[in-house]
Design a protein around this ligand. Structure first.
Ligand code: KIV
Ligand code: ZN
Length: 510
């Protein structure tokens, strides 16, 4: 019997996903997500772009050291110093992979490599870029047995040039060739034909795995990825919830559930544990402050709810009438563990570990005190509450500003007034302000005390779990001197949550 071909799943939530406008993950959050991706059993985690910042370098190094299971990959341009940074960041990885590459479409070649040192004509530049790519792959192979090459903007490239480039980099040692539709321009038939063309026309293609990396500018990233698989790709790239540059990347949960649910059509398998999809999706949404739309395929809260009379009637008679996947397959409706004020430190620690948080003893102690306060108010503490508590209590960054206390006066006919005490680099300061509403008054008071006038780009509030006693979570997006950052805060008091989110955002943006 013929074995089912296996498709490797390459997750780039922590690299391409994190490039989503206005989002930046702290080191601790990245590590927690990477551990969860290992539980989801992705084959490769692209942990970051080490040459882009010291924070990215550290995050890749720590993930390479601390996350077992998947191959850990780091991105570089075809630039020697980038490749060196990848080699260093991945030095302790059990299975490292360097992902290097260069633009291959005429638009990229003429637009990004204008300097004459890359050649004077399009043809001259094309020759030069092949030489640069070959050199990059050879350098990467000195640091890592697995080298993945990306042909940036392959979706809009001249196929003949793409074949030439791929043949050269495979001969230089690339073990995987990634064919990105960087701008989300292609349509499924075209992208599928591109992959088929590569299989047919690149003479040494049997020495490398073909990977698909699709963006969602026309809403076709998942369809294009699946068309790539049908035509011979054996690795799919994407992000959780489809987050990423502009309209995002292919959503991994959709590609994988597409392959699974339509196994009859695709005839391939993955090593993914789909029951971890829901938990992973919510973790990424919470940490990036990008909530999942209710109607999102596979993991949206409405993805398995039936409301019209005809549908409900049919569903109750036989769920297969209106359901092609079961919610439990993707971890929805998993029986929920509820913690209460009677839960001890050991119970709290065990639950946090299950959720992927590895914490020091002192951290557990401070979390436990906060957990008790929440449990007293809410009676039942759910996983989502715990994630918010961890984020609140254990900041990602050095905190220059810390909220000490706040007092707010507001009501019908009253002028909203906030009095705030903050620790500013360890010194207690206080100030007051009036505003258009209680949150506005709080933000003005914080700005007056700190002297930092960040622009509030976005303010979102949501109840983390149901009920009026639920923890409220506020997400803000701030801009200061051209830099952007997200801040989060949670409390059963929404004005306090708003203040915490603003302070968190200020600490990050500064
Ligand atoms: O979309 C793209 O081309 C990329 C590459 C850097 C792999 O993300
Ligand atoms: Zn991309």
């Amino acid at each position: 019997m013929k074995a089912t071909p296996k498709i490797a799943v390459f997750d780039t939530t922590l690299r391409d996903g994190e490039q989503a406008a206005g989002t930046r993950l702290g080191k601790r959050d990245k590590m927690t997500i990477a551990r969860q991706l290992a539980k989801l059993r992705v084959d490769i985690i692209e942990a970051g772009f080490p040459a882009s910042s010291p924070e990215d370098f550290d995050a890749v190094r720590e993930i390479a050291l601390g996350v077992e299971g998947p191959t850990i990959c780091a991105l570089s341009r075809a630039v020697p110093s980038d490749i060196e940074a990848c080699g260093k960041a991945l030095a302790k990885a059990r299975r490292p992979r360097i992902h290097t590459g260069i633009g291959v479409s005429d638009i990229h070649i003429m637009g990004k490599f204008q300097d004459d040192r890359y050649g004077k004509t399009l043809e001259g530049k094309k020759d030069k870029l092949v030489a640069i790519a070959v050199d990059a792959v050879k350098r990467a192979r000195n640091c890592s047995a697995e080298v993945q090459f990306y042909a940036e903007d392959a979706g809009r490239s001249d196929p003949e040039y793409l074949y030439r480039m791929l043949e050269a980099v495979i001969a230089a040692g690339a073990t995987v060739v990634n064919i990105p539709d960087t701008t989300g321009y292609t349509v499924p038939e075209q992208y599928g034909a591109l992959i088929a063309g590569i299989k047919k026309n690149v003479p040494n293609i049997d020495k490398a795995v073909i990977s698909v990396h699709c963006h969602d500018d026309l809403g076709l990233a998942v369809a294009n990825s699946l068309a790539g698989v049908i035509n011979g790709a054996r690795q799919v790239e994407g992000t959780i919830n489809g987050i990423g540059e502009r309209a995002g990347n292919a959503a991994i949960e959709e590609v994988v559930m597409g392959l699974r649910t339509r196994h009859d059509y695709y005839g391939v398998s993955t090593g993914i544990e789909p029951k971890e999809f829901f938990r992973t999706s919510r973790m990424v949404a919470d940490m990036l402050g990008m909530p999942v739309p209710a109607n999102k395929a596979v993991i949206g809260t409405n993805a398995f709810s039936h409301s019209s009379g005809i549908h409900v009637d049919g569903f109750l008679k036989n769920r297969q009438t209106y359901e092609i996947m079961r919610p439990e397959d993707v971890g929805l409706n998993e029986s929920r563990v509820v913690l209460t004020a009677r839960t001890g430190r050991a119970g709290l620690r065990a639950r946090l570990e299950k959720l992927g948080y590895k914490l020091e003893k002192e951290e557990i102690e401070s979390l436990y005190q906060r957990f008790l306060t929440v449990a007293d108010k809410k009676q039942e503490v759910l996983d989502e509450d715990l994630a918010a508590i961890v984020h609140d209590e254990l900041p990602q960054t050095e905190t220059a500003i810390k909220l000490d206390s706040l007092h707010v006066f507001s009501g019908t006919g009253a002028i909203p007034t906030a009095t705030i005490r903050l620790h500013l680099k360890g010194v207690l300061k206080q100030g007051a302000s009036i505003g258009d509403g209680p949150v506005d008054a709080v933000y003005k008071a914080i700005a007056a005390i700190t002297g930092v006038k960040a622009k509030l780009l976005r303010y979102e509030i949501r109840a983390i779990t149901g009920g009026t006693e639920a923890l409220g979570e506020v997400n803000v997006h701030l801009e200061l001197d051209g830099r952007r950052a997200m801040g989060r805060g949670a409390s059963t008091d929404i004005v306090e949550a708003s203040a915490k989110a603003y302070v968190d955002g200020l600490n990050r943006v500064m």
